[in-house]
Design a protein around this ligand. Structure first.
Ligand code: 4AD
Ligand code: MG
Length: 462
């Protein structure tokens, strides 16, 4: 079915040009002699008004074609007299492809984001989700372009795995055992996973980092971009149970290189969205007010503030602000602390480095003070933590000691230790949560509105 995209028509169509379009009806107004139909085909924010003379072929079917119906229209373009001088289509033929009646849930009035979440299968037809999904697409493409331009290889790390990279135990188990009749180990009565598909316990990955490390320590620079899963019981506007993560890993790199990469990456993405999706950002700015082209422009040029965890704790204490959770050296920052730093103290993205080793994962390089690790988190206004990364512990003895301290059995990760036995080298990487990025760039308030089918505690449905 050949058709012309409304995006291209509105950008460079000409008066008198013959075109064929297909799309979904947003509104229809009828007079005796004409129908005025506005359609959108998902290619951009732009709609197209169609003027259909009541005598043309197919016009008799228009009475079954209410808001939400799909139609295909052939006709000629005409410059509209009214607002914006956009192009409209004078129809010569209309085919109603799929009718829709008055029970179609997306009638003309605006709907709340909460309501639209209940009809996730239809929300791609709204201006808001059209905009969010198109920005999401642009960001995906820019992620690959950024790394490919810099000679990073896209590596596919596994989705089913036996290791828990973050050690937080927020795992979705994967099993083919019969849940009603689990095989038990005769000696201790525990479930016998040696009879399971993989002959040991398996789950969905929380991060591709550990495999990313072995690929980097052979290929140089790599990145992953794939789904990750966390069974954390967090009902917040920033957590999903299934989210996409981008994890670059660089051989022969330290924490400074890691921070520089994160900053360049973020600025590149902001600049790219300004170029590719100005209409989407303007629409979202008008309706949700959190993001704007000016803001993205500024972000694409401003270096991040950088501060150590120790300094950040001092700043938070000095602020005199009353936090719900008290903050002291050695405790993990809560979202309220992160947001205070980036929104109130710095009013810009900020990188916090050198966290206490006890609150970070086992793989981070221990600093010479032996109390902190070469970690970094990038915090951004409105969202909080967008990126988490570190230089990796590349000394075998210290890594083994850290694993033991954190209750991780070194025997289970012999392959990971091999990387420190044979040609170990300084290396570093980070993980960027893709939906938090989409949330930040679009200014949409809830992470559940950044992905077509959000997964969260108690939420599957689609
Ligand atoms: O800070 P995290 O847990 O770091 C890692 O997984 C490292 N292995 C990354 C690395 O160094 N290669 O997660 C990284 C990012 C967070 O900063 C956040 O943006 C996002 O992933 N994230 C989530 N996004 C949505 N929902 C959740 N439940 C998330 N948990 C983490
Ligand atoms: Mg983190």
């Amino acid at each position: 079915m050949q058709r012309d995209l409304i995006k291209n028509i509105q950008a460079r169509g000409e008066e008198g040009q013959a075109v064929t379009v297909a799309g979904w009806i947003k509104t229809k107004r009828e007079s005796k002699a004409f129908s005025f139909i506005i359609i959108n085909d998902g290619s951009s924010q732009a709609d197209l008004q169609i003027i259909a003379d009541s005598g043309i072929p197919g016009s008799e079917d228009l009475n079954q074609a209410g808001t939400g119906a799909s139609i295909r229209v052939e006709g000629t373009l005409k410059r509209s007299q009214g607002k914006g001088q956009s192009l409209e289509l004078v129809a010569s033929q209309i085919i109603v492809l799929g009718s829709a009646d008055a029970s179609y849930p997306l009638q003309k009035k605006g709907h709340t984001l909460e309501f639209l979440r209940e009809i996730a299968h239809l929300r791609g037809r709204t201006n808001t989700f059209g905009a969010v999904y198109r920005v999401r697409n642009t960001l995906s493409y820019l992620v690959h372009r950024f790394f490919q331009e810099r000679n990073f290889l896209w590596a596919h790390t596994p989705i089913i795995t036996a290791n828990d990279c973050e050690g937080a135990g927020e795992l979705f188990q994967v099993t083919t055992l019969d849940l009603k009749n689990m095989p038990k180990n005769k000696e201790n009565g525990e479930i016998d996973f040696s009879q399971d598909f993989f002959k040991e316990k398996a789950h969905l990955t929380v991060s591709g980092q550990l495999e990313g490390e072995f690929l980097a320590l052979g290929l140089g620079n790599i990145y992953t971009f794939g789904p990750t899963f966390r069974a954390e019981n967090s009902n917040t506007t920033r957590h999903l149970a299934e989210f996409w993560m981008i994890e670059p890993e660089m051989a022969f790199a330290d924490l400074q290189d890691d921070m520089n990469l994160a900053e360049d990456f973020f600025r590149y993405l902001c600049a790219g969205v300004i170029k590719e999706n100005p209409d989407e950002i303007n629409f979202l700015a008008k309706h949700y007010g959190e993001s704007s082209l000016e803001n993205l422009q500024k972000l694409s040029q401003t270096p991040f503030a950088r501060i150590t965890y120790t300094e950040a704790i001092e700043e938070l204490k000095k602020s005199g602000h009353k936090f719900e959770f008290p903050i002291d050296w050695g405790t993990d920052m809560q979202s309220e602390h992160e947001r205070f730093l980036t929104e109130k103290i710095f009013k810009s993205p900020v990188i916090v480095t050198d966290y206490p080793k006890n609150i970070k994962a086992f793989y981070m390089k221990v600093n010479s003070d032996e109390r902190t690790v070469a970690a970094m988190d990038v915090l951004v206004p409105g969202v909080g933590e967008l990126i988490g990364g570190s230089q990796r512990e590349d000394r075998l003895d210290i890594l083994v000691q850290r694993m033991k301290e954190m209750g991780i059995q070194p025997e289970k990760l012999e392959w990971y230790l091999d990387l420190r036995r044979f040609g170990s080298c300084p290396h570093a990487g980070f993980g960027l949560g893709f939906e938090r990025l989409v949330q930040y760039i679009t200014g949409i308030g809830n992470i559940r509105d950044t992905i077509p089918c959000p997964r969260a505690p108690g939420l599957i449905g689609f």
